[in-house]
Design a protein around this ligand. Structure first.
Ligand code: GRF
Length: 192
């Protein structure tokens, strides 16, 4: 195997997933993405997995909006274990994980969040930072626990807020920082 075995979960367009796969392709990240899984059938992240020839799956999420049903989450654990995943990376996965995943991968699930946690957890945190009149925000990679964006912080990158920033320009700049930080942190797991 070349590097650490990674499983990526995401619900959206997948720009962070692309950054990870590009870092692996250009040799700057010693990791292997074993599977990309989405709770959203139409998610761009699944197209990106296909583009890079990575195994991928749609996981029907069940009846809840913000979490998976327990049986679905146990199925997710099986899917990840079946392909030998050592590190689970949440890259825009919009559901809270519960005991089945947290117990199966203790200290082995990380998330990227677009703020300097513990400031501005939850959705659209760049809008929260703008509304609060901050001059600096950024992104955080943290361990996932049973709360919302509340797990132990692993690494952060600052992004300045400019006087003429709109939510869109700020979010775009934060995402550039995310795409650098997340592969870098995965690399730390790969070497430890
Ligand atoms: C990122 O901004 C990340 O911080 C948040 O969800 C977004 C996912 O974007 N958790 P993408 O799907 O990686 O483009």
């Amino acid at each position: 195997m070349s590097g650490i075995a990674v499983g990526i979960l995401g619900s959206g367009k997948g720009s962070n997933c692309r950054a990870i796969l590009e870092a692996i392709r250009d040799g700057s990240l010693q990791a292997e993405v074993r599977v990309v899984i989405s709770d959203n059938f139409d998610a761009g992240i699944l197209d990106i997995a296909r583009e890079f020839g990575v195994s991928n799956a749609y996981l029907p999420p069940g009846k809840f909006r913000t979490r998976l049903e327990p049986e679905t989450e146990r199925e997710l654990v099986r899917m990840l274990r079946d392909v030998g995943v050592q590190l689970v990376v949440l890259a825009g996965f919009m559901r809270v994980l519960k005991e089945p995943m947290l117990e199966a991968f203790p200290h082995r699930i990380i998330n990227i969040h677009p703020s300097l946690l513990p400031k501005f957890p939850g959705v659209e945190s760049w809008k929260q930072a703008l509304a609060a009149g901050e001059t600096v925000t950024g992104c955080t990679v943290h361990y996932v626990d049973s709360g919302i964006d509340s797990g132990e912080i692993i690494a952060q990158r600052e992004v300045p807020i400019l006087a003429d920033d709109t939510p869109e320009t700020l979010h775009a700049r934060i995402q550039v920082a995310e795409r650098e930080l997340l592969p870098e942190v995965i690399g730390r797991f790969a070497t430890n």
